[in-house]
Design a protein around this ligand. Structure first.
Ligand code: ADP
Length: 490
């Protein structure tokens, strides 16, 4: 079970089921004992009462034993009539163990079975006054009690009183049936109640998870979790997380400040360097090798300036100090503007560039220079990572509420495992995979593209197959109400 809620519910349901089962067991045991005690009391009193009646009649001078036609001893007929109404099994024997009387209840019994009952008189129950016997072949389970009859004449031996356990067993079976009906409902209720309790108990944890998830990037670190008044475990957890976010925020801010300050400080010396080198290049009589070196240095300075600019932009973005200058513009025109630069990049690399723009303008409120930067970054990458002979295609489409910009190439592609990282800052794929002779970038281009797309309320996605090519799709909203229209699905 993956969630604590699931585990708590399972534990609660199990505990309640076990309690219910234990409770049922105790009730069953108590009822069983009570039912058998009641049965035992009944047969003991029947046996004693019968012995008492016999002794009473004898003492009063009445006939207890008479002879039948065969001259065998039987119980006097008046006594037979009285004892026949006893609802249980009653057998009276002589001292030798012969049957004097067997109550009406024993009528369905065979002679052998009545003999078995009479035989019990010779082996009375051990320590307890009552015992259980199975009457065969019928297989009837009887509780029985034996009472020796004293003071009722020389011939009388003992009284055996027995009663079937069927009644008590039936009652217990009914009880078990009731439990079997109730138990599933009990388990169901336990499950529902358990999951309700677990949900209530864990709701604050869910709230904390949602809040912490929302504070995922460096820009939301100023947010804090609400701390409940009670200082319980969850209150302390929120406090601890808040302290941790405070520490993270401080280090993020320090890092941002450092990046911004360092880039800013580098800008001026780089500008001075560039103008110095440019002046030196333009000077007369510069030897050829020195000129070549100076040009290489100038290229490096340009690269450095670009990197420092990008770093400064990202640091300012993080500080929330960069705002877009949005105004309605025709995206088609912006794409067309970059065609020339694209061709200048593609041609020396031996690539074919195609640009497809709809006839009618695709108006959107955008920051022209940022969109141009985004497009150029994607174009530069497409050219950089496509071997000679390949194709690069830029396409602009318009969907309801959205403009869709697509930059696709037939280049080396990106490994599926690398795709989730490519928009991360300073992330670059294995340098060996870049196009031959090409200087690898700093890994900031796509991070900037992502920021530009998202700052416009849009998105950027990538689809790539290693060895087949890569396609970046940028979706930009065409008006302020566009967020109510879902972005187009490719
Ligand atoms: P870089 O300056 O290194 O190109 P980016 O942020 O622009 O940095 O790109 C990050 C990484 O994504 C690149 O190093 C490269 O591995 C990969 N990548 C970007 N665009 C493409 C493309 N069109 N084809 C193949 N790989 C690409």
């Amino acid at each position: 079970m993956a969630t604590i809620r699931g585990r708590l519910t399972a534990w609660y349901a199990t505990a309640l089921t076990l309690t219910l089962a234990g409770f049922a067991l105790v009730i069953y045991g108590a009822r069983r004992r009570a039912a058998f005690q009641e049965l035992d009391r009944r047969i003991v009193s029947e046996a004693e009462l019968t012995a008492g009646i016999l002794a009473g009649v004898y003492r009063a001078g009445g006939v207890v034993v008479q002879r039948n036609e065969a001259g065998l001893p039987t119980l006097a007929s008046e006594l037979t009539a009285t004892l026949d109404v006893v609802p249980d099994y009653l057998v009276i024997t002589t001292v030798e163990g012969r049957i004097l009387f067997a109550s009406a209840e024993t009528q369905p019994f065979t002679f052998q079975e009545v003999e078995q009952l009479a035989g019990l008189a010779r082996r009375p129950p051990g320590r307890g006054a009552v015992d259980t016997v199975t009457v065969r072949p019928r297989g009837l389970r009887l509780r029985f009690a034996v009472r020796p009859v004293t003071g009722a004449g020389p011939e009388l031996g003992a009284v055996v009183a027995g009663a079937t356990t069927a009644g008590a067993t039936l009652q217990l079976q009914e009880l078990l049936g009731t439990f079997a009906l109730i138990l599933p409902f009990g388990v169901l209720i336990a499950y529902v109640v358990g999951s309700w309790i677990a949900e209530r108990a864990l709701a604050p944890v869910d709230a904390i998870i949602t809040e912490v998830r929302e504070i995922t990037d460096g820009r939301s670190l100023h947010r804090r979790l609400p701390v409940p008044l009670e200082r319980d475990e969850l209150g302390r957890l929120s406090e601890t997380l808040n302290e941790m976010m405070g520490r993270l925020e401080r280090s993020f801010t320090a890092l941002r400040r450092f990046t911004a300050d360092a880039s800013h400080e580098l800008k001026t010396p780089l500008t001075v360097l560039r103008s110095g080198v440019q002046r030196a290049v333009r000077a007369r009589d510069v030897p050829r090798d020195t000129l070549e070196t100076l040009e290489e240095v100038l290229q490096e300075i340009n690269r450095m300036t670009e990197l420092v600019d990008t770093l400064l932009t990202l640091a300012r973005v993080d500080e929330g100090r960069v705002s877009l200058h949005r105004e309605p513009a025709d995206l088609g025109a912006i794409v067309e503007e970059t065609r020339e630069t694209g061709e200048l990049l593609a041609e020396p690399a031996g690539l074919t560039l195609s640009v497809e723009v709809p006839r009618e303008p695709v108006m959107a409120p955008v920051d022209r220079s940022r969109i141009r930067q985004l497009l150029l970054n994607l174009l530069t990458n497409a050219v950089k990572y496509t071997p000679p002979g390949g194709r690069v295609r830029v396409r602009l489409d318009s969907a309801p509420g959205w403009a869709v910009l697509n930059v696709a190439d037939t280049g080396i592609g990106i490994a599926p495992g690398d795709l989730p990282q490519i928009f991360d800052r300073f992330w670059r794929a294995d340098i060996a995979r870049t196009r031959t002779g090409e200087r690898a970038g700093a890994g900031l281009g796509l991070a900037i593209c992502k920021w530009i797309a998202e700052a416009h309320g849009g998105s950027i996605e990538v689809h790539s197959r290693p060895g087949r090519g890569t396609a970046f799709t940028v979706k930009l909203p065409r008006d302020a109400a566009a967020d109510r229209i879902p972005p187009p699905v490719e």
